[in-house]
Design a protein. Structure first.
Length: 307
């Protein structure tokens, strides 16, 4: 049945199948559609004029409600979605392809007895598609999350850098260790605290480390600080600040104290450097640690490197 723009249909609670409308449809009350409701208004040659409009108006504010008829839902079930289709071809590989989508999905089990977490997912169609991919989502905690390798693009600002994508931020803890080239970690009563912040490809670590009543049995060679949260990419070239406790009373000190540190060539540890003469530095050795009770070999340090 077709309802012409100058015609009309009257009656209480009429029900129709396959109705085409030319003109406007004004509904007072509810409009229930089982199947697909299409609003088409093709304008030949139109480039910027809206071709189809749906208006929802109410004295207290219009509402577009998308509901599922499923009595329960599991993870990734879709409760409702809005899609964009293009182009409007009758045939061909690109005919009526879904080019964009916003959906609400369950992120845990839903049923009639409780509200459980959900996420709003945004999908776009990349160059040469045809499949859509997730671009971003708002999580149930209210956070904006991106898939791995994606983030906030600052390329709108001019610059000469190799990347303007902010794709990572992380905070956490790590466990530093004094580790000898031969024999592994130094033994004794230890206190080890490490924290890190990663912004993009830059990692800043802070740590506090000491060993009381140190045990160097079977240990020899250079001593490095191991346990870094990420492996660096500029091995041997990054340096950081270092503070050494040198109280010769209760806490004792190194027999030869480290003065600075650098990232190891492999990028997975920090090389502690001691000054042996003016402007000459060498890696700290096991023999540079003070042994015996009360000698804690304390360092406090901050270090920034690139991954």
């Amino acid at each position: 049945m077709t309802i012409k723009s100058l015609g009309g249909v009257f009656g209480r609670n009429p029900t129709f199948n396959n109705v085409d409308v030319e003109g406007n449809v004004d509904v007072e009350g509810n409009l229930d559609v089982t199947g697909t409701a299409k609003v088409n208004n093709f304008i030949a040659g139109a480039t910027s004029t809206p071709q189809a409009n749906v208006e929802i108006k109410d004295a207290t504010g219009g509402e577009l409600r998308l509901s599922t008829s499923e009595p329960s839902m599991v993870v990734n079930d879709v409760a409702g979605k809005i899609t964009w289709n293009a182009p409007d071809e009758g045939s061909g590989t690109q005919a009526n392809i879904v080019a964009g989508e916003i959906s609400l999905i369950a992120t845990n089990f839903w049923d009639a007895t409780k509200y459980t977490p959900s996420a709003i997912v945004f999908k776009t169609c990349p160059l040469n598609g045809p499949a859509m991919v997730e671009a971003a989502r708002f999580t149930s905690d209210g956070n904006l999350a991106f898939p791995s390798g994606q983030g906030i693009d600052f390329s709108a600002t001019s610059g000469t850098g190799t990347s303007e994508l902010f794709d990572d931020y992380e905070e956490g803890t790590w466990t530093p260790n004094y580790t000898a080239a031969t024999g592994g970690n130094l033994g004794g009563t230890q206190s080890r605290q490490g924290y890190y912040t990663k912004v993009g490809n830059k990692v800043t670590v802070q740590f506090y480390l000491y060993i009381n009543t140190i045990d160097v049995t079977g240990k020899s060679g250079d001593v490095t600080v191991t346990g870094l949260p990420f492996t660096g990419s500029l091995g041997g070239n990054a340096t950081g600040s270092l503070v050494v406790t040198e109280d010769t009373g209760q806490y004792g000190a190194f027999t030869n104290s480290p003065r600075t540190m650098k990232l190891s060539g492999s990028g997975d540890s920090l090389v502690l450097l001691k000054e042996i003469s003016s402007n000459v530095e060498q890696p700290l050795q096991v023999t540079d640690f003070a042994t015996g009770g009360g000698n804690r070999n304390i360092i406090r340090a901050s270090f920034t490197y690139i991954v």
